[in-house]
Design a protein around this ligand. Structure first.
Ligand code: XIL
Length: 340
């Protein structure tokens, strides 16, 4: 390399350092060998800033609703993969991985199912058919599935659900047996896919996390096919000791809004520290392989309607797609891992 060439490289490096002070999120994630994803709404891919930010900043995505029963199964006899396929196409066009969400949940089911008065035998057939058809459709395209979502309540009991006991698939009052059945069907449908149990509130040490831990331990012991646990927010070290992976699946940190819909600056700093802590906790735990936010821009987040407008600003990009302190904190933690 000539001296001039070397000086030129040095100058370019200097200039680019000035323009881009740190790595960007996707780059930092790639270099730290961790997946950083966002939940997405395919109807928004046509918004240029939405698509560009997503493709540039993330290496994984998950449909926020597009692979749920209420979208895929609007009619009993018909599977509609249009919206889910759009998510997969977007991911493939931009070299991103896709997490699938979710095959079994007591929420977000179509009316015909919730009000259907089916027998347990019929429910069992419906569920097996659903898991098989959806997973075969996406085989080779969706690398990991939330097979069962939010099955435990705060008191560590299996929650009432159309799949458990209302009317259930024939395994009511037998604890996690219906969950096991779903995982076995899932494994038969796509043996390559990673199979996750996903829940909220299972991060700390509490009744719910004990119930999840006991179930996963039992599943591993008996050879029930389970590969990981999705924690909707934080991180637990003890799950990875069971030899399963952890994905942080639905991270968002909502802030109180004033009557003008604005947040306090202090809150944004505190929010950044929470994002930092979650990323750090994941990176320090060898089994934690993915961190995903539930949406990525404050322009589109479920928190607004969920909190009736009292909370918001939960995500790493603001409403105009500008990165917030939370974004900087994530990048800083990912970059620190690379240099550790
Ligand atoms: C939410 C979506 O964000 C909303 O668009 C939808 O109206 C309801 O579901 N836990 C989950 C997610 O596992 O699927 C939920 O997503 C948020 C809570």
């Amino acid at each position: 390399m000539s001296i001039i060439h070397r000086q030129l490289c040095f100058l370019i490096a200097l200039t680019s350092t000035t323009v881009t002070p740190s790595l960007e999120l996707r780059q930092a994630a790639d270099q730290a060998h961790v997946l950083v994803g966002a939940a997405v709404r395919p109807g928004l891919f046509s918004e240029a800033a939405y698509a560009a930010t997503l493709a540039h900043e993330f290496n994984m995505l998950e449909p926020e609703d597009a692979m749920k029963w209420w979208v895929v199964r609007q009619n009993v006899g018909r599977f509609d993969f249009q919206a889910g396929d759009e998510v997969v196409r977007f991911a493939q066009a931009h070299g991103m991985k896709v997490r699938g969400h979710c095959l079994v949940w007591d929420h977000n089911n179509p009316e015909w199912l919730a009000q259907g008065h089916f027998t347990p035998v019929q429910m069992s057939r419906l569920l097996q058919e659903h898991i098989t058809t959806v997973m075969k459709h996406y085989a080779g395209q969706v690398f990991a599935w939330d097979v069962v979502n939010e099955a435990f309540d705060e008191n560590a009991r299996v929650k009432d659900s159309p799949w458990y006991n209302q009317p259930g698939i024939g395994l009511s009052e037998t604890g996690a047996a219906y969950i096991e059945r779903a995982f076995r069907w899932a494994h038969e449908s796509d043996p390559e896919a990673l199979l996750f149990y996903n829940d909220n509130g299972g991060e700390g040490l509490n009744g719910k996390s004990d119930a999840i831990y006991a179930m996963v331990k039992d599943f591993k012991h008996r050879g029930v096919p389970i590969d990981g646990v999705g924690l909707q927010l934080h991180i637990s070290h003890r799950l990875t000791q069971l030899g399963v992976q952890v994905h942080i699946t639905e991270l968002d940190v909502s802030l109180p809004l004033d009557s003008n819909g604005r947040v306090q600056n202090d809150d944004l700093q505190r929010q950044a520290e929470v994002y930092r802590a979650v990323v750090r906790a994941c990176l320090q735990s060898p089994g934690c392989t993915a961190i995903q936010t539930w949406g990525f821009t404050d322009k589109y987040s479920w928190i607004g309607s969920h909190s009736h407008g009292t909370r918001g600003a939960a995500l790493p990009f603001d409403r105009s797609y500008n990165p917030k302190s939370a974004y900087d904190a994530m990048v800083a933690e990912l970059s620190a891992k690379r240099s550790r």
